[in-house]
Ligand binder design. Structure first.
Ligand code: SAM
Length: 214
């Protein structure tokens, strides 16, 4: 359960009353645990995956982008929600994304996805097309950079989803003053004070900020 700031009972209730993942997503989660060990905690949660699919279905982007693909859970959920659009994925790891590629094939969505290996900021700077939907879930220190690069390319009404913005609940606890918590607070302040957008932090998993360009 990724919403560590909720009581375990509430977290369990949310999981058991949201549409469960299908067998392929369960297989991907199991293989990720087996192959990547403790890194598997980076994978988004099943309820978050459902939510990403639904948001994609509602936004109907021609181009969606994902910053931080890992073994492919969130990209698979986004790709499944597309109706004619494409997904550009960015990650630095050839090893982890080789698992993603296999699952995109198995799910029949590989033709909708283009993966670029390398620093996501460089790849975003080269992107010329308008973005309709973005999911940001890579190295947290660069969130402000990813946010600005996506914003510059996002069409009016476009949506950005940003993961881990509640940071285990530490952002709201003044006793946490470590660098990672402080930088997530700064990012949340930046979004809150950006007049170009309307935003809400959703208590989904580790905190998921939904941002709409006005
Ligand atoms: C939290 S994981 C992403 C989890 C993924 N969204 C999922 O659902 O499984 C973060 C990913 O960001 C990637 N990453 C880290 N630094 C990066 C960078 N500078 N550019 C692109 N990707 C990066 C890591 O390789 C890792 O796969």
């Amino acid at each position: 359960m990724k919403a560590s700031y909720l009581s375990p009972a509430v977290g369990q209730y949310i999981m058991s009353h949201s549409t469960p993942p299908d067998d392929l997503l369960d297989q991907l989660a199991a293989e990720t645990r087996e192959v990547t060990g403790s890194h598997a905690g980076m994978q988004i949660s099943p309820d978050q995956g459902r939510f990403l699919t639904m948001i994609t279905q509602l936004v109907r982007p021609s181009l969606a982008v994902e910053v931080g693909t890992f073994t492919g859970y969130s990209s698979l959920c986004i790709a499944r929600g597309l109706s004619g659009g494409r997904l550009r994925c960015f990650d630095v790891s050839e090893e982890w994304t080789s698992i993603a590629r296999r699952y995109w094939e198995k799910a029949g969505v590989a033709a909708r996805i283009t993966l670029t290996i390398g620093p996501a900021a460089d790849a975003l700077r080269e992107l010329k097309e308008e973005i309709g939907l973005a999911f940001i879930d890579a190295d947290k220190a660069q969130y402000p950079t990813y946010y600005e690069l996506v914003m510059e390319r996002l069409g009016p009404g476009g949506v950005i989803m940003v993961d881990n913005t509640l940071w285990n609940g530490y952002v709201a606890d003044p006793s946490y003053e470590d660098a990672a918590t402080r930088s997530m607070r700064e990012f949340n302040d930046l979004v809150r004070n950006d007049p170009r957008v309307t935003s809400v932090i959703l208590p989904v998993a580790d905190g998921l900020t939904m941002i709409r360009k006005n």
